[in-house]
Write a protein that binds this ligand. Structure first.
Ligand code: HMG
Ligand code: NDP
Length: 438
C-alpha cells in the first residue's frame, strides 16, 4: 500500500538555535533532551563508543577492530509537517551543514512533503536450457498462484505481518550469448525489512517448481537491487525571496539552479556529480541507521539509467507563482529489523533519534535529506561556487593533516578560511608560526 507519512509520535523541535557552536558533549545533551534519549542510549554515542569488539566480531569476518566515523545531526528538518532531527554518519565536511541549511530554508516554506510506494522487492530466478522460452513464460504465468503460494510458505511470519509474495513477472531473453533465457521475478512485500534474505529464500524455494514447469535449468536465485517497485519521494517548494542573498536575486538563483539541473538531465558527466550530491545526503542516513549503502547506491544509479541513458535523479522547475519546486523519486530499500540495523547499537539509537515506526518512514526521510543536499550543492554552484562554503569547513581537516591538535585546529582552520587559502603547506606554516610565538 502506498503511503504519505504523517505519523503521530513525540513532537520534536528540530530548530536548534546555535547548535553548531556547542561542544559535541553539549550537542549530545541537547539532542537527548530533544528526542528523549535515555542516558544509556546517549552513552552509546558518547565517548565510550558504540560497538564492542565481541559484537563487531559477530557482524563480519576476520575482525581486528572497529572503524569509526563522525556522527552529526542535521537540524531544521520539517517533513510532512513534523520536525525531525536527522543522524548522519559521514566523513565529508560541509554535508551536515548543507543539509541543515537547506532544511532551514525549506522549513520557512512549509518543509518537505514525502510519500512512498509499498516496500516491494523483486527476486530474480534465471532459467536456461529452454527450447521454447515463450512457451515457458506462459506456463509460468499460468502457475502464478502456485508459485506465489510456495514462496509464501517459506515466510509465514512475513505474511502474518501483512507482507509476502504478491505477484510474479516473467521476462524472456530469446537470444542471449548463453542461449534463450527466461527470468522469473517474485514481487515481495517485505514490510520493515530491507528484504534481501526473505526474497532470496523465496527465490530458492520456488526454483524446483520452475524447473518442473519449464523443463529448464535454474541458475541465479537472488534479489535485484534495482528496487523500482520500492520508491520513496520528496518534494520541496521554495519562494524566490527565500533564495535571495546580498549578491544574488532570488530569480537569478532559481535560474542558476535550473541551468545546473538541465545540464545534469542532458549530460551523464554532470549527472554523475549531481547524483553524487544527492547521495551525499542519502548515504550518511543509510550508514547511521546500519543499512546497506551498496544496495542503495546500486539501486539509485541503475534507476538513474533506467531509460537507457544516465540522467539526473531529481527534477527542478519553476511553478506559476515563481517558486522553485524540487522533487526526488528513487528506490529506497531500507529496513528497520535486519542486518546491522539490529546489531549495531548506534544504529538503534539513530532510529530512536529519527522517531520512526516503519521502514517506509525511514525511506521518505532519507529521500528528503537527499533532496536537501542536492539543493544545497546546486544553490552554491549557481551562485558563489562550491569552494567557499565547502573549503571553509574542510579547513579543519587540513589543519589536522598539518598536525594541529586541540584548540590549534579551530585557530589554524580559521586563518586558512579567512585568507581563502585552504592548503596543507599553508596550514603547516601557520602552525609553525603559532608554536614559535607561544
Ligand atoms: C556549507 C554551507 C552550508 C555554508 O553556508 P553559509 O552561507 O556560510 O552558512 P551560514 O553560516 O549562513 O549558516 C546557514 C545555516 O547553515 C547551517 N550551517 C552552516 N555552517 C554550519 C556549521 N559549521 N555547522 C553546522 N551547521 C552549519 C546552519 O543550519 C546555519 O543556520 P543556523 O541553524 O545556524 O541558523 C553552504 O556553503 C553550502 O550549503 N554549501 C554546499 C556544500 C555541499 O554541497 N557540500 C558537499 C560537498 S561538495 C560535493 O561533494 C558534491 C557536489 C557539490 O559536487 C555535488 C554537485 O556538484 O551537485
Ligand atoms: N544484493 C543485496 O543487496 C544483498 C544484501 N544482503 C544483505 O541482507 C541484509 C538485509 O536483509 P534482510 O532480509 O532485510 O535482513 P534480515 O534477514 O536480517 O532481517 C529480516 C527479517 O526480520 C524479520 N522481521 C521481523 N519483523 C519484521 C517486520 N516488521 N517486517 C519484515 N520482517 C521482519 C523477518 O524474519 P523471519 O520471517 O525469518 O522471522 C525478516 O525476514 C543486509 O545486511 C544486506 O547487506 C544480502 C544478500 C544480497
Amino acid at each position: 500500500m502506498a503511503r504519505q507519512s504523517n505519523d503521530e509520535g513525540p513532537q520534536v523541535n528540530s530548530r536548534l538555535n546555535g547548535y553548531r557552536n556547542k561542544t559535541p558533549r553539549e550537542r549530545l545533551n541537547l539532542l537527548a533532551g530533544a528526542v528523549g534519549l535515555s542516558s544509556e542510549a546517549a552513552a552509546v554515542l558518547g565517548e565510550a563508543g558504540a560497538l564492542d569488539l565481541a559484537t563487531a566480531n559477530g557482524m563480519i569476518e576476520n575482525v581486528v577492530g572497529r572503524f569509526e566515523l563522525p556522527l552529526g545531526i542535521a537540524t531544521n528538518f520539517t517533513i510532512n509537517g513534523r520536525d525531525r532531527l536527522v543522524p548522519m554518519a559521514v566523513e565529508e565536511p560541509s554535508v551536515v551543514a548543507a543539509a541543515s541549511y537547506m532544511a532551514r530554508i525549506a522549513r520557512d516554506n512549509g518543509g518537505f512533503e514525502t510519500s512512498s510506494s509499498a516496500p516491494v522487492m523483486r527476486a530474480q530466478v534465471q532459467l536456461l536450457n529452454l527450447s521454447d522460452p515463450y512457451g515457458a513464460r506462459l506456463r509460468l504465468l499460468a502457475a502464478r498462484e502456485e508459485i506465489v503460494a510456495i514462496a509464501n510458505s517459506r515466510d509465514e511470519f512475513l505474511v502474518r505481518l501483512g507482507g509476502g509474495c504478491r505477484d510474479i513477472e516473467v521476462q524472456v531473453f530469446p537470444s542471449s550469448a548463453r542461449g534463450p533465457m527466461v527470468v522469473l521475478h517474485l514481487l515481495v512485500d517485505v514490510r520493515d525489512a530491507m528484504g534481501a534474505n526473505a526474497v532470496n529464500t523465496m527465490a530458492e524455494a520456488v526454483a524446483p517448481k520452475l524447473e518442473e514447469l519449464t523443463g529448464g535449468t535454474v541458475r541465479l536465485r537472488i534479489l535485484s537491487n534495482l528496487a523500482d517497485q520500492r520508491l520513496a519521494r520528496a518534494r520541496v517548494r521554495i519562494a524566490e525571496s527565500s533564495l535571495r542573498t546580498d549578491e544574488f536575486s532570488g530569480r537569478r538563483m532559481i535560474d542558476g539552479i535550473l541551468d545546473a539541473h538541465e545540464l545534469a538531465v542532458i549530460d551523464p558527466y554532470r549527472a554523475a556529480t549531481h547524483n553524487k550530491g544527492i547521495m551525499n545526503g542519502v548515504d550518511p542516513v543509510i550508514v547511521a541507521t546500519g543499512n546497506d549503502w551498496r544496495a542503495i547506491e546500486a539501486g539509485a544509479h541503475a534507476y538513474a539509467a533506467r531509460n537507457g541513458r544516465y540522467t539526473s535523479l531529481s527534477t527542478w522547475e519553476i511553478d506559476r507563482d515563481g517558486c522553485l519546486v524540487g522533487t526526488l523519486e528513487m528506490p529506497m530499500a531500507v529496513g528497520l529489523v535486519g542486518g546491522a540495523t539490529r546489531t549495531h547499537p548506534a544504529a538503534q539509537v539513530a532510529l530512536q533519534i529519527l522517531g520512526i515506526q516503519s521502514a517506509q518512514e525511514l525511506a521518505e526521510i532519507t529521500v528528503a535529506v537527499g533532496l536537501a543536499q542536492n539543493m544545497a550543492a546546486l544553490r552554491a554552484l549557481a551562485s558563489e561556487g562550491i569552494q567557499r562554503g565547502h573549503m571553509t569547513l574542510h579547513a579543519r581537516n587540513i589543519a589536522i593533516v598539518a598536525g594541529a591538535v586541540g584548540s590549534e585546529i579551530e585557530i589554524v582552520a580559521g586563518k586558512l578560511a579567512e585568507a581563502h587559502d585552504v592548503r596543507t603547506d599553508r596550514a603547516r606554516e601557520i602552525l609553525r608560526e603559532m608554536r614559535r610565538e607561544a
